[in-house]
Design a protein around this ligand. Structure first.
Ligand SMILES: [Zn+2]
Ligand SMILES: [Zn+2]
Length: 242
């Protein structure tokens, strides 16, 4: 049952399913209903695209990308969308650790941590971050860095505040993002010739990540790979998937 302290902690901070947020018994990251929603990457099974991380029928590899591979543990749908919104917009930073653990597992299954020299994240605009109080991508990157034992480096900054991208279509998003990210000058030596893992909260079109990856490559990165807590499919299936 654990010590008295542990039992008290369980009452005040019970273990919750990272997807649906329901209280579950200590230990697992997801409840039994949600665990099939986690994308798995067993070698030899081609259910998930090895490059973009989406299921093969949702593959987004059509256009050329600056990053080599991307991976995420679960689709941003249903309960997971609520969960990520709570983490992103409502200060639920207790989700950082379980989300980063899911990301760590997806990366490990894909063997994507082998040659990574450092972990970095997509920066937020100064104003936006001040308003929110934190950058959720940085929180995930820091937790992932601790979990994987790979150094975290803040390498990029966002040099202009673009209009909110919530309601814009993919084409406009691409246009808005050109030249948005710059390296922090004194960090440039940490980019050169390194294999960098770039972290964001959500992958949608990959446009944001692509711009950040492009900046890293322009400033000499050897390779850039990408991880997010969730991936948003462009076309949502009518039927609920298991
Ligand atoms: Zn659940
Ligand atoms: Zn693909």
């Amino acid at each position: 049952m654990g010590s008295f302290g542990e039992r008290v902690m369980r009452i005040f901070f019970p273990n919750r399913c990272v997807v649906c947020d329901r209280v579950i018994k200590p230990g697992p990251l997801t409840c039994e209903t949600c665990s099939p929603k986690i994308l798995t990457y067993p070698p030899g099974r081609k259910a998930v695209c090895e490059i973009c991380g989406f299921k093969e029928k949702d593959c987004t590899c059509g256009k050329w990308r600056y990053y080599e591979k991307s991976v995420f543990p679960v689709y941003l749908e249903g309960d997971m969308r609520n969960s990520i919104n709570a983490f992103k917009f409502r200060g639920r930073l207790d989700k950082t650790k379980p989300l980063s653990e899911l990301m760590f597992r997806a990366l490990t299954e894909r063997d994507m941590l082998q040659n990574v020299d450092c972990i970095t994240f997509v920066p937020m605009g100064v104003k936006q971050q001040k308003k929110r109080g934190y950058n959720q991508a940085k929180e995930l990157a820091a937790a992932l860095s601790a979990r994987a034992g790979i150094p975290l480096e803040e390498l990029l900054y966002k040099c202009q505040d673009t209009p909110s991208q919530h309601d814009q279509n993919a084409v406009r998003r691409q246009g808005n993002l050109l030249g948005v990210y710059e390296p922090i000058e004194e960090k440039i030596p940490l980019i050169e010739n390194r294999s960098i893992l770039l972290v964001d909260d959500i992958i949608t079109t990959g446009a944001t990540l692509n711009e950040a990856a492009k900046t890293l490559l322009i400033f000499g990165a050897k390779t850039v790979s990408v991880v997010a807590a969730a991936g948003r499919r462009r076309v949502h299936p009518k039927k609920k998937e298991t």
